[in-house]
Design a protein around this ligand. Structure first.
Ligand code: C5P
Length: 193
C-alpha cells in the first residue's frame, strides 16, 4: 500500500507531535524532513556538498534540535541546489510500501503534491514560541524573535516557500490540546483511506 500524509507548517506548530502520532496510529513510517536541513546546516563547509553527501549517520547527531541548528537549517534551506539534492530521498521515502508521514515546509506543495492527505498545521507565533521555550528554556522574548525570524525566512524564500497547498486541510492548534489536534489529523486520514 502506498499512502502519503504530508504535514507542513511553521516552527513549533505541533507538526512533529502530530506526525509521530499519526504514523504510530496507522503503522506508517515517519520522516521529519527538517532534520535533513538541520544536518546540512550543522555539517558546515559547502552546504551543497553537505546535502549531496548526506548520510543516515548525519541525522543522528544530538545537537540538531537546538535553536542555533534551526537557524542554520533555515539559512541553507534557501539554497535551491541544497533543496534539489534532498528531493529524491524524500520522494522515495514518501512512496515506500506501507505508508509514510512526512513533515516539513514544502511536502504538500513541492515534494509530494500527489499526497493522499495534506495538512497545514499552524498556531500563533506567541503560542509557538511559548511551546518552543518550554522545550529549550532561556529568554522567551528571544525565542519569539527567533521563531518570527525563521518563519519570515521560510515564507519569503524564492524556492519552495512555506505556504499551505491549495488542497491542504488547515489545522490551527493555538487553542487545541495535543489530543484534539492528533484526533483531527487521524480523522483527516480516515476520511480518505
Ligand atoms: O522543522 P524544523 O524546525 O526542524 O526545520 C528547520 C528548518 O529547515 C526550517 O526552518 C526550514 O527552513 C527548513 N525546512 C525546509 N523544508 C522542509 C523542512 C525544513 O525548508 N521540508
Amino acid at each position: 500500500m502506498i499512502f502519503t500524509v504530508a504535514i507542513d507548517g511553521p516552527a513549533a506548530a505541533g507538526k512533529g507531535t502530530i506526525s509521530r502520532a499519526v504514523a504510530a496510529h496507522f503503522g506508517f513510517a515517519h520522516l521529519d524532513t527538517g532534520l535533513l536541513y538541520r544536518a546540512v546546516g550543522a555539517k558546515g563547509g559547502d552546504p551543497v556538498a553537505a546535502a549531496e553527501g548526506l548520510t543516515e549517520d548525519d541525522l543522528t547527531r544530538d545537537d540538531l534540535r537546538t535553536l542555533a541548528a534551526g537557524q542554520a537549517a533555515s539559512k541553507v534551506a534557501v539554497i535551491p541546489e541544497v533543496r534539489a539534492a534532498l528531493v529524491v530521498f524524500q520522494r522515495q521515502f514518501a512512496r515506500r510500501a506501507g505508508g509514510a508521514v512526512l513533515d516539513g515546509r514544502d511536502i504538500g506543495t513541492v515534494i509530494c503534491p500527489e499526497a493522499e492527505v495534506k495538512l497545514y498545521v499552524t498556531a500563533s507565533a506567541e503560542v509557538r514560541a511559548h511551546r518552543r521555550w518550554l522545550e529549550v528554556g532561556g529568554d522567551e522574548g528571544q525565542v519569539l524573535a527567533e521563531v518570527i525570524e525563521r518563519d519570515k525566512r521560510d515564507a519569503e524564500r524564492a524556492t519552495a516557500p512555506l505556504r499551505p497547498a491549495a488542497d491542504a486541510l488547515l489545522l490551527d492548534t493555538s487553542e487545541m490540546t495535543v489530543t484534539e489536534a492528533v484526533d483531527r489529523a487521524i480523522k483527516a486520514v480516515l476520511a480518505v483511506r
